[in-house]
Design a protein around this ligand. Structure first.
Ligand SMILES: [Fe+2]
Ligand SMILES: [Fe+2]
Length: 289
């Protein structure tokens, strides 16, 4: 049983995979967060051509496992933070990120339902972060923060703001607004930690953090660009211009954004934090296609 006002504000009142125990009420409060409600009834989904609706259902379905899996990435980062003696506010925000990613999962499920697509089974994938026994705890935490937050989440912010700006559908706009508002904090946790750690890091730590940056750029690039052998890991792009009004871009646009993001945002940002990134090596790590 749940209170009516909970349903009104809960971003996914048909909560996926819910326990139906009293924890449901606390879950609803966490999912609501600080966000405005989504105007579900204003969705353009019912008037879309069937092929457009099906493709949007597929795209939102692709987001369910990636959002859910990213909980495990940030859980690992919180372990890295604690091992490195990170300040408690950073540990706390890291845990908030895990809750936000559940919200994104719920919203993606709701979008799949809205477009009439089939809801996939509960994802069980775990994302593992590269771990190197020879690194100090601070260097490991910095590397994890950079790959997850400074590259992954910060790039997600640039892409989400592009997608949200072009979206005309009021439900898509509000869902992407919630994603973007949360992702800005997810990006910030990494930048804040790296800047904090670099203030007292020795030269060896700085260099070992910087040395991994091209690998992070290539790794996330491979997910976005795919390779000759395998397509991009997550296919959330489409060339069809009819989808733009519903917050979708082409793979070419996504790749161009990544190519601009590395020199304009990532490299100067890391250098400003005190990470001695080799600019030429970082640029060379961007996949070419
Ligand atoms: Fe997310
Ligand atoms: Fe995120």
């Amino acid at each position: 049983m749940h209170e009516p006002d909970l349903v009104e504000y809960f971003p996914a009142d048909a909560a996926a995979w819910i326990s139906e125990t009293p924890l449901r009420a606390e879950y609803a409060r966490l999912m609501r967060g600080f966000h405005r409600p989504v105007p579900w009834a204003e969705s353009h989904a019912p008037s879309l051509e069937p092929d457009v609706r099906a493709e949007l259902g597929r795209i939102w379905g692709e987001r369910i496992p990636t959002e859910y899996r990213s909980i495990t990435g940030f859980s690992t980062l919180s372990f890295d933070f604690i091992a490195a003696g990170a300040p408690v506010d950073m540990v706390a925000v890291c845990h908030r990120v895990c809750i936000d990613e559940l919200r994104h999962t719920e919203l993606a499920v709701r979008m799949v339902d809205l477009y009439g697509a089939v809801r996939p089974p509960l994802p069980r994938e775990i994302s593992s972060l590269p771990a190197d026994e020879s690194l100090s705890a601070v260097a490991q935490a910095c590397r994890s923060a950079i790959v997850l937050s400074c590259v992954g989440e910060t790039f997600a912010c640039t892409e989400l703001s592009m997608l949200r700006d072009r979206a005309v559908d009021p439900v898509v706009r509000q869902v992407l607004t919630i994603f973007l508002a949360d992702e800005i904090m997810h990006a910030r946790v990494g930048w804040a930690y790296v800047a904090h750690a670099m203030k007292t890091a020795d030269a060896t730590t700085r260099e070992s953090v910087a040395a991994a940056v091209p690998l992070h750029i290539a790794g996330i690039g491979a997910n976005l660009f795919g390779s000759i052998e395998s397509a991009a890991a997550v296919q959330v792009t489409n060339e069809d211009p009819r989808l733009a009004a519903h917050g979708v871009c082409s793979q070419r646009e996504e790749q161009d954004l990544y190519r601009a993001f590395i020199p304009e945002v990532l490299i100067p940002g890391l250098q400003a934090c005190g990470v001695p990134v080799d600019r030429a090596a970082a640029l060379a790590a961007i996949p070419t296609q």
